[in-house]
Design a protein around this ligand. Structure first.
Ligand code: MF3
Ligand code: CO
Length: 249
């Protein structure tokens, strides 16, 4: 069942989304080479606490942390660790979900640390652009796969590949609601988008093949061929007019 949100509910998701946006924006200047991924989590935890919000991922299906932090060939769901140091040249993807007054906000960014390779910079830019290409299609009357197709088209036209194993999702009073929002597919399929739907759109893009492998921790997804991977996500509301990005400042 797809839950349609009222204006008031969209505003609440927007309040949660704004917190996610503020924290992620802060990380762009706060993450420096030499920090561990656990240091990043500690910083985020204190930012969440300051805003009286609750970390959404911690405890979700047994996930142990409040952020996912995935480096280089890691695609998503990397677990913060005191033994993983961030280094100059790394691509660091951070995914953050929070709960505020019963509503979820969910977003992700990929941050290039210091001097990254040309390929890493291009992958980051193309992945973020593909998210916005998808968001553009989140308008009343379109279908879910119009979002998917726009993302895939943008990514593949730049020689990269969309990860199939994970999808975007509806969001609201739950982190994961219907519908699923794949990042690939033919246009014109799936449910029709209606005013009041709220979606987390989240392309994961590999520089190499789209295949992934899950590590022995049961969470961390890495590209099967060891190629670099990037991830961007926004929580978006479908309105009568333009798509409303709820996790942007
Ligand atoms: N943005 C991701 C998602 O919507 C993050 C989930 S991580 C988890 O699936 F730990 F909560 F599963
Ligand atoms: Co998500």
């Amino acid at each position: 069942m797809i839950v349609i949100k009222s204006q008031a509910e969209i505003q609440k998701i927007g309040s949660a989304g704004r917190i996610v946006a503020e924290i992620l924006e802060g990380l762009k200047s706060n993450i420096v080479a030499g920090m561990t991924t656990a240091d990043v989590e500690a910083h985020v935890d204190s930012e969440i606490l300051k805003r009286k919000a609750v970390a959404a991922f911690k405890g979700y299906r047994g996930y142990p942390s409040s952020i996912c932090i995935s480096l280089n060939a890691e695609v998503v769901h990397g677990i913060p660790s005191r033994s993983v140091k961030i280094r100059n040249g790394d691509l660091v993807s951070i995914d953050l979900g929070i709960i505020l007054q019963g509503f979820y906000g969910d977003a992700a960014i990929t941050i290039p640390i210091g001097n990254v390779s040309e390929e890493a910079a291009k992958l980051t830019a193309v992945t973020e652009q593909s998210l916005y290409a998808g968001i553009e299609k989140a308008i009343v009357g379109n279908r879910v796969s119009d979002i998917s197709a726009a993302i895939q088209e943008h990514v593949e036209s730049h020689g990269f590949n969309v990860v199939r194993a994970f999808v975007g999702h509806g969001i609201g009073r739950q982190l994961h609601e219907e519908p699923q929002v794949p990042n690939y597919g033919r246009p014109g399929q799936g449910v029709r988008l209606k005013e009041g739907m709220t979606l987390a759109i989240e392309p994961m893009v590999n520089a190499g093949t789209p295949d992934i492998v899950i590590l022995h921790d049961g969470w961390t997804a890495v590209s099967a061929d060891g190629s670099l991977s990037a991830h961007f996500e926004h929580t978006v509301a479908v309105t009568k007019n333009r798509p409303l990005v709820l996790t942007k400042l």
